[in-house]
Write a protein that binds this ligand. Structure first.
Ligand SMILES: [Mg+2]
Length: 318
């Protein structure tokens, strides 16, 4: 839809990177680029109607900050467009919502500089502005054959958190950690900054590892194999779904971890950071030449045989 209806509509003066990555890059000076991303959250699609104002606010800011992390950008400013139904346009709800905005904005030292408010179904739309030195940001394109694939943190937390709070599902969990991981997924901004000049490609995991690593492969003109045994999954997620935590790790979106690739020349640096516990990341696979554009990411079992994967076990709020 975007490629068909929204690409190439306009002139591209000053645009260093346009539609199609986690954020756009705008040349603001010879040495500096503005990094721009927008994300919208809609009640019933991205959060349940039971979510509090504060939970909605923190989630909205965190997912936008995650796109800055994916670009290796320093987030600086944001605008907020808030559409509110009449029943929530009261000072109690708004105080809770604005407390969530303040909490995350202070943590990441970013400033709210404008926006819009209107009446209608509950929707939060944020445009995040960041900065990066020209030519230093991370992009989806750039992964080369032989590069190693890494992910930060653990996978499947977002899907597990979503299941835990979803009223349409019978799985129950009292895990505070998983609820927090869903409503306030920690954007990996510091890691993104550290990976400048190190990672050959990077994306944040919003749609699931298979889909998002697939975006790196597509943009870079390569394919990837990942080793199921090496996927980092937290103990409470495994316990919650012993049968299908791997599906959550592969397809569950909402993790907001970074998936990145590293070339042979920088591999020792990254492995040293990991062994010194300076970087929370796991090696999960390898980049290969692409032969089948319909199958960019292959999952391998412990004997290196491809596993048939399917997307069951993940859904949004009905
Ligand atoms: Mg993204």
């Amino acid at each position: 839809m975007i490629a068909k209806h929204f690409s190439g509509l306009t002139g591209q003066g000053g645009v260093a990177l346009g539609i199609g990555d986690d954020a756009a890059l705008i040349n603001t000076s010879p040495n500096q680029q503005l990094v721009v991303a927008s994300d919208t959250l809609v009640e019933g699609v991205h959060f349940p109607s039971t979510a509090s104002g504060k939970q909605i606010a923190t989630r909205a800011l965190c997912v936008n900050l995650s796109d800055m992390a994916a670009m290796g950008a320093q987030p600086r400013w944001f605008t907020l467009a808030l559409t509110l139904p009449k029943k929530k346009a009261n000072s109690l709800w708004l105080a809770d919502f604005s407390a969530g905005i303040a909490e995350i904005a202070q943590q990441f030292d970013i400033a709210l500089v404008g926006g819009d408010t209107t009446s209608g179904p509950l929707t939060v739309s944020i445009t995040m502005l960041g900065e990066a030195p020209a030519g230093k940001s991370l992009q989806r394109a750039g992964a080369g054959v032989g590069d190693t694939v890494f992910v930060t943190g653990t996978l499947g937390d977002g899907a597990a958190g979503l299941k835990s709070i979803s009223s349409i599902n019978s799985i129950n969990s009292d895990s505070e950690r998983l609820l927090h991981r869903f409503y306030a997924p920690r954007p990996q901004v510091e890691i993104g900054l550290r990976l400048r000049g190190i990672a050959s490609a990077c994306i944040d995991i919003s749609d699931g590892l298979i889909a998002d690593l697939g975006h790196i492969c597509q943009s870079s003109g390569v394919a990837a194999s990942i080793y199921q045994e090496q996927l980092p999954v937290a103990a409470d997620v495994k316990k919650l779904a012993p049968d299908h935590f791997i599906n959550w790790a592969l397809f569950g979106g909402d993790d907001y971890q970074l998936c990145f690739t590293v070339g042979a020349d920088k591999l020792a640096t990254v492995e040293q950071w990991i062994s010194r516990a300076e970087l929370d990341a796991s090696k999960i696979g390898i980049i290969q030449a692409s032969s089948d554009s319909n199958n960019l990411v292959t999952v391998l079992d412990q004997d290196n045989n491809p596993i048939a994967i399917n997307k069951q076990g993940y859904d949004h709020f009905g």
